[in-house]
Design a protein around this ligand. Structure first.
Ligand code: ZN
Length: 322
């Protein structure tokens, strides 16, 4: 992925409430949709990357695979009830994803679970639904997909999803699916990376998809605009780790897609150590920029700081929540 978009994260002081009135009616040169489109940045860069990215298939066990390369890692269960997808990736990857899915068997896609509302996990909802899938998610995921949703730290306003892309079955705490001979337990762990993150456990196979609660080997994004926080993320990690055993295959939302409890525990401990470092600096009265300059992530950057969320960006995200 092209990392040069970092500078595009800077604010444009773009005000949602002005769009309908001042921007389009008064100046007359931008429609609301164009005003939204003008706020290009990291989201557009990620979508452009997904349009050409190759999809890599990782076969796990009990007819479960992971598809890597279109936004978040996508789990696929195959069987006589049809394909069950955990997350849908980015819509522009449809040709490559279709090819990868066809490689797993001839059955149609019948069910799609969204781990949360973010575009790199739910942008493909519309085409996956059109292919025959019922969409299932936490109730807050449906809420965020239904309306205009701004993500401050991406400097981006998402338009409401079309009705075909919305989850038709939602839940608040937990939900169980019995499909393809497998038991799939969906569980909400409270606000974490957003306020709608769920994990999906394939019980018999001992495979656990934890969505963006866990980024394997890289600093995570935390979406404060829709209820995420550093402390919520750590608490959700603890809840997921408590459900996992040493033989559990853990699928993270991002990063190398086949992981395990020991690696997720390292991630959880990294989050907690940086949270403590940043809280100490903030408690001493340091501003956000002074805290970034103090490099509270320094001991972790070589391992975790090599992706889109760089040390400075991650420090700012943690600072917001301590
Ligand atoms: Zn996310």
């Amino acid at each position: 992925m092209d990392m040069s978009g970092k500078s595009l994260l800077s604010r444009r002081h773009f005000c949602l409430c002005c769009i309908g009135g001042a921007a389009s009616a008064v100046t007359g040169w931008l429609t609301p949709r164009e005003v939204f489109a003008e706020a290009r940045g990291i989201v557009s860069l990620i979508k452009d990357s997904a349009a050409t990215a190759q999809i890599k298939t990782h076969r796990l066990r009990n007819d479960i695979s992971v598809l890597e390369g279109s936004g978040g890692n996508i789990a696929v269960l195959t069987g006589s009830d049809g394909k069950v997808l955990i997350d849908a990736g980015i819509a522009v990857s449809r040709p490559q994803l279709t090819k990868a899915l066809d490689g797993l068997g001839n059955e149609p896609i019948t069910h799609l679970v969204n781990t949360h509302w973010h575009f790199d996990h739910a942008d493909g909802n519309e085409w996956v639904h059109s292919a025959g899938a019922k969409i299932i998610a936490h109730e807050n995921t449906q809420k965020h997909l239904s309306g205009i949703q701004r993500v401050e730290d991406w400097d981006y306003n998402f338009l409401p999803s079309p009705s075909a892309a919305l989850p038709s079955e939602v839940f608040a705490r937990e939900h169980q699916l019995k499909l393809d001979g497998a038991t799939i337990d969906l569980k909400y762990h409270g606000p974490a990376h957003t306020d709608g993150d769920i994990s999906a456990t394939f019980a018999e196979a001992n495979v656990l998809h934890v969505g963006d609660i866990y980024w394997n080997g890289i600093y995570p994004f935390i979406d404060y605009s829709t209820g995420g926080s550093i402390n919520g993320t750590i608490a959700a990690c603890d809840a997921c780790l408590a459900m996992a055993g040493n033989d559990t295959i853990i699928i993270p939302g991002h990063g190398q897609p086949v992981s395990n409890k020991a690696e997720m525990k390292d991630y959880r401990d990294m989050l907690a150590a940086i949270r403590d470092n940043v809280a100490k600096l903030k408690g001493q009265g340091k501003s956000r920029d002074e805290t970034v300059a103090a490099k509270p992530t320094a001991a972790f950057d070589a391992k975790w700081g090599q992706f889109l969320i760089d040390p400075g960006f991650f420090t700012r995200l943690v600072y917001e929540g301590v």
